[in-house]
Design a protein around this ligand. Structure first.
Ligand code: BTN
Length: 257
């Protein structure tokens, strides 16, 4: 069982996670927060589920996570602080927060894989799915959904990247409450900094992505492109260099050639 009191003691935020909804089973925490139900209207609301019945992954994949062992949760960012915030920057901030929380609490080296996977020893420990609800031309709500493998030690199914968990990497049980609080504490600080400037998010993300400069393959649906991972641009899009031309990639899966 998730110990709400223990989590609350460790949470040091002003906004993020202050409206906290805990559920046993739900379709998807992202789907739930995107629905504009009254109880989820507050900026920074967080929903944590012990089990998602249809957890969503990027590119229409699913996210499978064993009940009660890991963290599957979503954070809501609303119009109140959204006016100037770019969803791509929020995405980068979220992946950095997860990576830094793992490093702070467990002294493990993490790596980021574009756009927002967190890797340990070249295996995926966490994935992030950002979804928005739009009214006319305006983004009304941004939902950042985070799945992290903490105490699960076996994984079934097909994966486009090999999975791991913190327990597999460290050989010890991971405290879910401390990890969630640490992520939210860092994420809020990153969001507040983003309101001033995106420079440090972009630079910190670059320094944790070891693929920059490497030859990579990008799969965008059926489209496959090979080139050098040149950099990310000011919006966090991937810049791919092929035949001396730099092309901007908005989405896709990166792999080594
Ligand atoms: C990916 O790597 O494909 C992204 C996975 C995102 C999974 C999380 S778990 C909590 C939230 N709710 C969902 O349905 N998906 C995200």
């Amino acid at each position: 069982m998730f110990d709400l009191e223990k989590f609350d003691i460790k949470l040091e935020t002003e906004i993020v996670g202050r409206n906290f909804i805990y559920c046993d089973e739900i379709d998807s925490t992202n789907k739930e927060l995107l629905s504009a139900k009254q109880q989820y209207k507050k900026n920074g609301s967080v929903i944590l589920a012990e089990k998602q019945l249809s957890g969503r992954g990027r590119n229409n994949r699913s996210w499978q996570s064993a009940k009660g062992l890991n963290l599957t949760f979503s954070v809501l960012i609303t119009k109140e602080i959204l006016s100037d915030l770019n969803p791509n920057h929020i995405n980068l901030a979220a992946s950095l927060s997860v990576a830094e929380a793992i490093e702070n609490l467990h002294q493990l080296r993490t790596e980021l894989k574009w756009p927002n996977d967190i890797l340990i020893n070249k295996k995926k420990v966490s994935g992030i799915l950002i979804e928005t609800s739009v009214k006319g031309k305006n983004v009304e709500r941004i939902v950042i959904g985070i799945g992290i493998n903490l105490n699960q030690t076996t994984f079934q199914g097909e994966f486009n990247y090999p999975p791991t968990s913190l327990k597999l990497e460290l050989n010890s049980e991971i405290d879910r409450e401390s990890m969630l609080a640490e992520i939210l504490n860092i994420f809020e600080e990153r969001l507040f900094n983003l309101e001033k400037s995106s420079v440090s998010i972009l630079n910190d993300w670059r320094s944790k992505c070891k693929m920059i400069g490497d030859k990579i393959t990008i799969t965008e649906n059926v489209n496959i492109k090979t080139g050098i991972f040149y950099d990310i641009d000011e919006n966090g899009y991937l810049l791919l260099k092929r035949n001396n031309i730099i092309e901007k990639i908005h989405f896709g899966d990166v792999s080594f050639t």
